[in-house]
Design a binder for this molecule. Structure first.
Ligand SMILES: Nc1ncnc2c1ncn2[C@@H]1O[C@H](COP(=O)(O)OP(=O)(O)O)[C@@H](O)[C@H]1O
Ligand SMILES: [Mg+2]
Length: 226
């Protein structure tokens, strides 16, 4: 279990499989909060230079195990937490994170790590104030991704797991397992589960209602920090 933070800021995170629409929703939240004068910072799950080079090398010569791969991601996350998330939280800002530790909880377990072990590794991460989970069937996610750009990236399809030589089939199997992991952790982590099959505007209306209800009441709007 992640421990609540006691910083003056607020942390909102989004999770869901690729194509669930989480980035779309978070960007709309960002503009909405900014338009009301809140100080907002956005951060996403991507690799810092330092770690990226090592991961690339390890993938290339196939020297990574599920455990070492997971620890590299954890290093990456720790770096992101210290440099992009904690400073604005301490300064009283609203931090919007596109993917958080739950991405690792899902992916690393699917790749073969022990559930409890992964959770302990990330025990240093503060509990978000709101965790949105955009829940969508695999077929809908796949349709959205292929409509937007035709090609599936190898990592989205989980090709490294050798589930199927066909990327579409591999995507369904891999993301299906991820979906299962997300579903299983929804309760324990108090996810705000969104039916992500709805229209963009309908979902955004619900997301804003939840943010207003659970976060903005009692949160003092800080003057913008230059
Ligand atoms: N509710 C929705 N209905 C239909 N298409 C959507 C919806 N939400 C997002 N999309 C489209 O689906 C694709 C993936 O959305 P995105 O927000 O990037 O998903 P994610 O960040 O979860 O991978 C984009 O092309 C986006 O415009
Ligand atoms: Mg995205």
């Amino acid at each position: 279990m992640l421990s609540p933070h006691h910083f003056p800021g607020r942390l909102i995170i989004v999770e869901g499989i690729d194509g669930s629409g989480k980035s779309t929703q978070l960007q709309l939240v960002r503009r909405w909060l900014e338009s009301m004068g809140y100080s907002v910072v956005f951060t996403e799950w991507n690799s810092a230079d330092l770690v990226r080079k090592t991961t690339k090398k390890g993938k290339k010569n196939r020297s990574l195990t599920p455990t070492t791969f997971s620890l590299l991601h954890a290093t990456d996350f720790a770096h992101r937490l210290v440099s992009n998330i904690l400073p604005p939280l301490k300064a009283g800002m609203i931090v919007l994170a596109d993917r958080y530790v739950f991405t690792a909880f899902a992916r690393d377990v699917v790749r073969g790590c022990d559930r409890d072990w992964v959770r302990r590794v990330y025990g240093f991460a503060p509990r978000p104030d709101i965790s949105f989970y955009f829940r969508v069937p695999i077929d809908v996610a796949l349709r959205r991704i292929t409509m937007a750009r035709q090609v599936l990236k190898d990592f989205e399809a989980g090709m490294d797991l050798n589930l199927s030589p066909d990327p579409m089939e591999s995507f369904k199997l891999f993301q299906g397992r991820i979906l299962h992991e997300y579903d299983a952790m929804a309760d324990e982590n108090d996810f705000a589960v969104m039916d992500a099959t709805g229209s963009i505007s309908e979902q955004q209306r619900l997301v804003r209602a939840i943010v207003e209800d659970r976060l903005l009441s009692g949160y003092r709007k800080k003057p913008r920090i230059a």
